[in-house]
Design a protein around this ligand. Sequence first.
Ligand code: HEC
Length: 103
Amino acid sequence: MRKFVALSIAAGMLVSAGSAFASPEMLKKYNCTACHANDKKLVGPSYKDVAAKYKADGGAAEKLAKKIKAGGSGVWGPIPMPPHPQVSDADALALAKYVMTVK
Ligand code: HEC
């Protein structure tokens, strides 16, 4: 019984830790795909372009995570990105890090 409890706690931890790894599924879950694609501009810039723009910027993921949560405009054009308050800080950072890996 003890063992079973320990195992289910471990499994639960794995599941919650899993959300820190962003993936294309997470982009779909938060509906980012409605405005962004990896390699072409939709309403927002392609992730490939975003990654290229901030390649040399070591703090880019943190900055982009804030922008994902708060929204904003003026970097890529006049169209604003709406805020996404439903995205947790951890998920926003994971999404930003994922975007930075798109080539
Ligand atoms: C309604 C359309 C829309 C949705 C939904 C959307 N975006 Fe955006 N996104 C934009 C637009 C438009 C811009 C360009 C804003 C600008 O020029 O500053 C942008 C910019 C960005 C940038 C670059 C920011 C910068 O300062 O260079 C990132 C990264 C990004 N979006 C990620 C995401 C992620 C992750 C999600 C899902 C949680 C998401 N976006 C959802 C429209 C959207």
